[in-house]
Design a protein around this ligand. Sequence first.
Ligand code: BEZ
Length: 211
Amino acid sequence: MALRLGDTAPDFVAETSEGKKSFYEYLGDSWGILFSHPADFTPVCTTELGTVAKLKPEFEKRNVKVIALSVDPVDSHIEWIKDINETQSTTVNFPIIADPNFEVSKLYDFVHPNASDKFTVRSVVVIDPDKKIKLIITYPASTGRNFDELLRVVDSLQLTANYSVATPANWKHGEDVVVAPAIKTEDIPAKFPKGFKEIKPYLRTTPQPNL
Ligand code: BEZ
């Protein structure tokens, strides 16, 4: 059955470009992002992996460990990484899972047979430190992902995990957030001492509480 938000992310052991890894051991107590790629030596994937390598400091700042997956063997990944480093002017600094038998891909529902039975789609799974799945986004092979959006989503997930707030459309770190509907308006001042605006009884905003 397909994985859904709130499910426990399945553990696995797999060969990667950085050796054999247990997924849970790799994640430790960090947040995790597992993202799948249709195949090695493909143009969009090459740009995506280069982009993630350049964003590594941003992921580290947020205590997120990233790991990619492609359904080719390790020796292919190693050769491909040389191309990624050369063409994207970076150094791939995270493991790429080799999944030639689609074991991890099937576990995480990365194969969508009506899109392709040979390649995985471009999925992203965000996992919290309790190993619960907090986000799944799936793109077709022809559309490269926006990794700035993933950083934005992680900011929202980490904020909303700790405060009774939600983040509005197009929210970015530093902007006002909305108070969770479960909080009564009379309880807001005690919980959010920076103040709040009541635009409608169900739409109350407050400055981002963790700044
Ligand atoms: C790519 O990564 O460029 C790609 C992979 C499969 C189909 C289309 C594009």
